[in-house]
Ligand binder design. Structure first.
Ligand code: ADP
Length: 562
């Protein structure tokens, strides 16, 4: 078994003596040998065949021997180195599981504390006449190891970059192919480096393609080359934008394209490639064409609207003039009627006055026939006066010359007056005429005379169109709306639903035939409705033919001018 005993510091540097002193010549030779061995930079050791160290050079001693005054750290490093060296030496000698003559040996630099890598090379030396031994050389391969590691690292990095570049290229291909627009990458001389699928469809015809398709693809290519020439020519542009009149190689359909080409520069500003992006302008052109059509249509429409507006304005002007003329004509008519009514009334009042005097016997007694005729003159004269008065009222209202006289009055008194005035006519009928007044009727603030005129008109109509039964005049007050209502209800002939609105129009009667049974002008209700409206109220009717009618005047308790 080889000795694993640690080396003891040799008494003299160099070779450990193990035999008696040699003769003087041999000692000299030995000293020379020792110097030679010490001069070797790598650790060098001579051991017995079993591994016991017999001699170590200076470098080996530095690593494996701790001198007297060595520090604690130094000693520990040396101890560790001795153990590592012996283990390596033993496995070199015995071969272990796999005998290797050269093996790596990691030691520690006892001074620096850094790791050192050696290659241990032990050879058995057998000189005739000398005992066998082993010469062990420790070749320092620390730097080599470092370099190998650095190389490995560089290689790994290179592989990683290569991998990255490959996946980058893959990603770029995917991106390029996912872009719908054709993209072409060319070298600075114009040679195609890369193109995406849409670009390939335009420029690269395959062998399977027909003759026509190949020809069109070549024509497209020629167009692209001429487009790129703007950048390729010496002193050419860095970036170029323009139109390319390409065609679909398969169908031959025109494909107007807009192209943008840019030079890609390296860090030194030199062009490395040219990227060209094409964009199909077909849709944009179609949109532009539609927009043009739309604009034209819109302009046409605008012109038409302009003409129509002008025509409308002209028509409006005409209508305005006609309305003015009508207004003037209506005013003239109203004025004429007012004048004529006045002209009629003056002589008519004279006729009625004289008739009344004659009937009173101012000029002596008359024969019964004369009296009868005179009464007819009186009756017709009064009817005529009523017609004239009504026409005068209508014209006054239309001309806005019907004044309103507001006063406070109580409804019971007003209705009493109406009944009293109508008494002679009521007396001539066989009707039951009554009044029904709600309790606590409030004071009314309105045009008393006009309210009375309306009620008189409604009552005289009720008496005229009722042959039997009754007529009732009632008054009520609705607090919620602050409205008074005066109703005249009869059991007369009634009015058909289709005539209910018509009867409020000027000169409208249910029976307007020349042979009609009832007299009248057809102006009464029209005047009533207009007067009621002037006072902020209204007149409405409910009627059933053959059963009777109810006319109601609704008025605000306090006048509200419309
Ligand atoms: P006039 O009584 O002078 O004909 P009005 O304007 O007062 O004019 O009435 C218009 C028409 O309304 C009358 O001709 C009549 O046909 C109808 N009318 C008015 N009041 C009544 C009523 N109480 N019953 C039935 N018909 C009526």
């Amino acid at each position: 078994m080889p000795s694993t005993a640690p080396l003891t510091p040799p008494s003299a540097p160099g070779i450990e003596e193990r035999s008696e002193s040699p003769p003087a010549g041999a000692a000299q030779e030995r000293a020379l040998l020792r110097h030679l061995v010490d001069a070797v930079a790598d650790p060098l050791l001579f051991t017995s065949p079993e591994g016991q160290v017999l001699m170590a050079n200076a470098r080996a001693r530095e690593l494996l021997v701790a001198g007297e005054g060595a520090s604690e750290g130094y000693r520990r490093a040396v101890e560790l180195n001795q153990r590592l060296f012996h283990t390596a030496l033993l496995s070199s000698i015995t071969g272990g599981a796999s005998p290797v003559r050269r093996r790596d040996l990691s030691l520690v630099d006892p001074v620096e504390g850094t790791d050192l890598l050696f290659e241990l090379d032990c050879n058995l030396v057998q000189e005739p006449g000398n005992p066998a031994g082993r010469v062990c050389v420790l070749r320092n391969v620390t730097d080599l190891g470092r370099a190998t590691r650095a190389l490995g690292e560089s290689y790994r990095r290179l592989r990683a970059s290569e991998q990255e570049a490959r996946s980058e290229r893959l990603r770029l291909d995917l991106v390029l192919d996912s872009v719908a627009d054709p993209i072409i990458l060319t070298d600075p001389a114009g040679g195609t480096v890369l193109m995406n699928d849409p670009a390939e469809r335009l420029f690269a015809a395959t062998h399977d393609s027909g003759e026509a398709t190949r020809r069109r693809a070549h024509t497209n290519d020629a167009h692209l080359s001429s487009f790129l020439s703007h950048l390729l020519s010496p002193g050419g542009a860095r970036r170029w934008r323009g139109e390319l009149a390409l065609v679909d190689p398969t169908t031959g359909a025109p494909l107007p394209m807009e192209g943008i080409a840019s030079q890609v520069l390296n860090d030194q500003g030199e062009p490395t490639s040219i990227v060209t992006l094409l964009h199909d302008r077909t849709e944009a052109r179609e949109k532009a064409r539609l927009l043009e059509q739309l604009t034209a249509a819109s302009n046409e429409l605008e012109a038409k609207v302009h003409t129509a507006t002008a025509e409308l304005a002209e028509q409006n002007e005409k209508l305005r003039r006609q309305a003015l003329q009508l207004e003037q004509a209506s005013a003239a008519k109203s004025q004429f009627l007012a004048n004529m009514s006045h002209e009629f009334r003056t002589p008519l009042n004279a006729i009625l006055g004289y008739t009344s005097m004659l009937l009173q016997g101012v000029n002596g007694e008359m024969t019964p026939q004369q009296r009868k005729n005179l009464q007819r003159i009186d009756s017709n004269g009064r009817h005529l006066l009523q017609v004239i008065n009504e026409i005068l009222d209508i014209t006054r209202i239309e001309a806005g010359r019907m004044p309103l006289n507001e006063t406070d009055f109580m409804l019971p008194e007003l209705l009493q007056e109406v009944m009293a005035e109508m008494d002679p006519i009521i007396a001539r009928t066989k009707l039951t005429v009554s009044t029904a007044l709600a309790p606590e009727l409030p004071e009314v603030h309105n045009d008393r005379q006009k309210v009375k005129q309306i009620v008189l008109n409604l009552l005289s109509n009720a008496l005229k169109f009722t042959h039997e039964g009754s007529v009732q005049v009632s008054a009520a007050y609705e607090m919620a709306t602050s409205t008074v209502a005066i109703s005249v209800k009869d059991t007369g002939i009634g009015i058909a639903p289709e005539h209910l609105e018509k009867i409020f129009e000027d000169f409208q009667q249910v029976d307007s035939s020349p042979t009609r049974a009832y007299g009248g002008t057809g102006l009464g209700l029209s005047i009533c409705r207009r007067l009621a409206a002037m006072m902020g109220g209204r007149v409405n009717v409910h009627s059933t033919p053959g059963q009777g009618s109810t006319f109601t005047l609704q008025l605000p308790r306090r006048m509200r001018r419309p």
